[in-house]
Design a protein around this ligand. Structure first.
Ligand code: SF4
Length: 262
C-alpha cells in the first residue's frame, strides 16, 4: 500500500511523494491541459495561448514511476539524488493511478477527452518492463479509453514488438553528439542512434523523439534527417526542468528558455 508523504501544487496540477510499504519514495504527478495543446504537430509547438489551463475534463495526465530511484543517472534528472533504487511491482504502478483518481472524485477518466498515463517519472520502464506490461493490461481493463506513453532511453535488447494501438513510445535521445549523449545518459547498455532510428511500432501515434536540449551542439539536422524518418517519428524539443542534479552538473539553463509547467 502506497502512502502519501508530501505534495506540491503547481498551476495545472500537483506532484505527490508517496512511500512504499518498505519506505521507498515514489513520485506521481496529476496534471491537466487544454485540449488544443494536443495538436502540437499542426501548430509545431504546444505552448499555452493564454492563462486558461483547461481542466481534467480535457487532457488529464497521470505521470507514474516504474521504479523508486533509477540506476541510469541522467545528468539533469533529480532522481539521481536518491542513493538507492528498486523496481516497482505492477500493482504499485497501478496503485499510483488509483491514488490520483481517488483524490479527484469529481472527474471521471472515461469522460475526459484524453486520459493518458505517462511512464515518465522515476525509473527507466524497460529495466522493469514485465511489470510495466502487466500494469498496462490492468489499467486497460479498468479504463478502455486510456492511452499509455512510455518514455525510454533505449535500453539495448529491448523488445518493441508489443507497442501498438493505445501504447506509444518516446525515445529520450537528448544529443546527436555521441560523446555528449554518453555523458548526459551514463548508461552503457543503451542503443546507438542508428539503432534507435530503426525502431518501428504499431502504435496509433508516431514514436516521439525527445531532446532535452542542453546545448546547441547537441542538435544536428543532417543526422536527424538521416536516422529518423518523419513518417515514423515526431520530434519534440523540451526545456530542462532545473533541479539539484542539473545544478550540480551546471546544465540548468539549457537552450530553450520557455519553462515546462511541471
Ligand atoms: S532514465 Fe529517466 S528516471 Fe532514470 S535518470 Fe534518466 S531521466 Fe531520470
Amino acid at each position: 500500500m502506497l502512502r502519501e508523504s508530501k505534495s506540491r501544487f503547481f498551476a495545472n496540477g500537483r506532484v505527490y511523494s508517496l512511500l512504499t510499504e518498505d519506505d521507498y519514495p515514489v513520485e506521481v504527478t496529476d496534471t491537466f491541459l487544454p485540449f488544443y495543446t494536443k495538436d502540437a504537430i499542426g501548430k509545431k509547438q504546444n505552448t499555452l495561448q493564454n492563462y486558461n489551463l483547461g481542466s481534467r475534463k480535457e487532457r488529464w495526465m497521470v505521470g507514474v514511476s516504474c521504479m523508486s530511484g533509477c540506476p541510469v543517472g541522467c545528468k539533469f534528472c533529480a532522481t539521481g539524488q536518491l542513493k538507492k533504487w528498486r523496481k516497482l511491482s505492477a500493482e504499485e504502478i497501478v496503485e499510483q493511478v488509483m491514488f490520483i483518481l481517488e483524490r479527484n472524485p469529481e472527474y471521471s477518466p472515461t469522460e475526459c477527452k484524453e486520459f493518458k498515463i505517462n511512464y515518465t517519472r522515476m525509473g527507466e520502464p524497460f529495466l522493469n518492463i514485465e511489470e510495466v506490461k502487466k500494469a498496462i493490461s490492468m489499467i486497460d481493463e479498468k479504463f478502455p479509453n486510456v492511452h499509455h506513453y512510455i518514455s525510454t532511453i533505449g535500453v539495448s535488447g529491448s523488445d518493441f514488438s508489443w507497442i501498438k494501438e493505445n501504447v506509444t513510445l518516446q525515445i529520450s535521445l537528448h544529443s546527436f553528439d555521441e560523446a555528449n549523449r554518453d555523458w548526459l545518459i551514463p548508461f552503457k547498455k543503451k542503443m546507438s542512434i542508428t539503432e534507435l532510428g530503426k525502431i518501428r511500432t504499431h502504435s496509433n501515434l508516431k514514436t516521439t523523439l525527445n531532446m532535452t536540449m542542453v546545448s546547441e551542439s547537441d542538435f544536428d539536422i543532417e543526422k536527424l534527417k538521416k536516422h529518423f524518418d518523419r513518417d515514423a517519428f515526431f520530434i519534440k524539443l523540451s526545456p530542462i526542468n532545473p533541479n539539484a542534479t542539473s545544478d550540480d552538473n551546471h546544465i540548468s539553463e539549457g537552450v530553450i528558455s520557455a519553462k515546462n509547467l511541471v
